[in-house]
Design a protein around this ligand. Structure first.
Ligand SMILES: C[S@@+](CC[C@H](N)C(=O)[O-])C[C@H]1O[C@@H](n2cnc3c(N)ncnc32)[C@H](O)[C@@H]1O
Length: 356
């Protein structure tokens, strides 16, 4: 898929490596600056945090490079197209976004040091539009999920935190979508990106399958609006503002439901409700593709790094998620586990709703 030019030279590989290398360096540098501008991982007056499991830095580095190698292999196998080009003309925009990201670091750090993860709740006093668990500043983000500014910053923050590997990890789920679509008329495959956020993944999905009968759903009006902008080139794609526990979608209406980085943000009760709701909306025989954080034991050398996330950032349900067994609740909702793939710090599970 475009990785070889007409002379047979593998320019695709060189291009991929150069572009991804540049992205990683770009975001890695911003992460380093953000870290330098912050008060340090250990909060003043608190003993230094030590994970119970030591981090295997060799395994961490190997996992990072393996992720890019698998992504490139997926592209070469024709599962999805190469990522959008890194272009010189986009540099001014990228610099502007980087500046905006770095300006916000002090605010995030202030909340982090104060362990204030519910600032946004005070602003929403009296509103019952959102469940209580949602009205928080996840990751100590400014405005939580609930402002245009937060929606503008979110993807950049993710890429900086994961040194340019956020989109690449998400594409591990795209490979599974490609396997679901293979051999079918994509116009007749209905897909829901559940908790689509700013539409970053849905955009990658539509680039790969432009005629897919797709939609995204998210509870944040601001993130949903940004997602609409992301999928503008595909006007048939609808972005729905709604709650995963009660979706405004018909029974057995979707062939594929995919969710990326949702479940570690939910309390256990909500997770179970979302499983039941997904089972209702999915067609018999349909796939529920869940891409989310690794859990303890998935890559034992990385268990230590997983411990850092809920300690360093406001991740109220993540600690419990790390040891939570999906199997029982998913089986209770009627799903069978078909496949598991590890993509660096992300795990992709394909669950199947048995055919009637
Ligand atoms: C960590 S972000 C992931 C976003 C996106 N899928 C991605 O790959 O970046 C979590 C998203 O879940 C959404 N969310 C959280 N709880 C939700 C719920 N109960 N119903 C719908 N969306 C929800 C948030 O608004 C946010 O956009």
């Amino acid at each position: 898929m475009g990785l070889l030019d007409e002379t047979g030279k593998s320019i695709g590989r060189v291009r991929y490596t150069a572009a991804q290398g540049l992205r990683s360096a770009w975001y890695g540098a911003q992460y380093a600056i953000a870290k330098r501008q912050s008060s340090g991982f250990n909060r003043p007056g608190e003993p230094p945090f030590k994970p119970t499991n030591p981090v295997d830095t060799k395994e961490l580095r190997a996992g990072y490079f393996k992720l890019f190698a698998s992504d490139r292999a997926n592209i070469e196998a024709g599962l999805y197209p190469p990522p959008e080009d890194v272009r010189v003309v986009d540099l001014p925009k990228a610099v502007k976004r980087a500046r905006y990201f770095l300006q916000d670091v002090a605010e995030v750090d202030r909340r982090r040091v104060a362990r204030d993860g519910v600032e946004v709740r005070d602003r929403l006093e009296g509103s019952n539009r959102y469940p209580a668990y949602y009205r928080q500043n996840f990751h100590y983000q400014t405005d939580g999920w609930l402002s245009d500014e937060s929606a503008k910053l979110y993807d950049h923050q993710v890429e900086a935190l994961f040194t340019g590997s956020g989109d690449v990890m998400r594409r591990a789920a795209l490979a599974e979508i490609a396997r679901e679509v293979k051999g079918r008329d994509q116009r007749r495959v209905s897909l829901l990106d559940l908790a689509c956020g700013t539409g970053r993944f849905l955009r990658q999905t539509m680039r790969a399958f432009p005629r897919l009968d797709a939609r995204g759903l998210d509870l944040s009006p601001n993130y949903a609006e940004r997602a609409r902008q992301q999928v503008e080139p595909w006007p048939h794609v609808e972005i729905i503002e709604g709650q995963a526990e009660a979706m405004p979608l018909g029974d057995a209406s979707q062939d594929v439901i995919v969710s990326v980085y949702l479940f570690h943000e939910l309390p256990e009760k909500a997770r179970r409700q979302v499983f039941a709701e997904t089972a209702r909306v999915l067609k018999p025989g349909g796939a529920f593709i869940i891409a989310d954080s690794l859990q303890f034991g998935d890559a034992p050398g990385l268990d230590g790094i997983l411990e850092y996330f809920p300690e360093g950032f406001h991740e109220p349900y993540y600690k419990a998620y790390l040891g939570w067994d999906f199997e029982g609740p998913m089986q209770a909702a009627g799903f069978e586990l078909e496949k598991t793939e590890i993509a660096f710090l992300t795990k992709v599970n394909v669950w199947r709703k048995p055919a009637a």
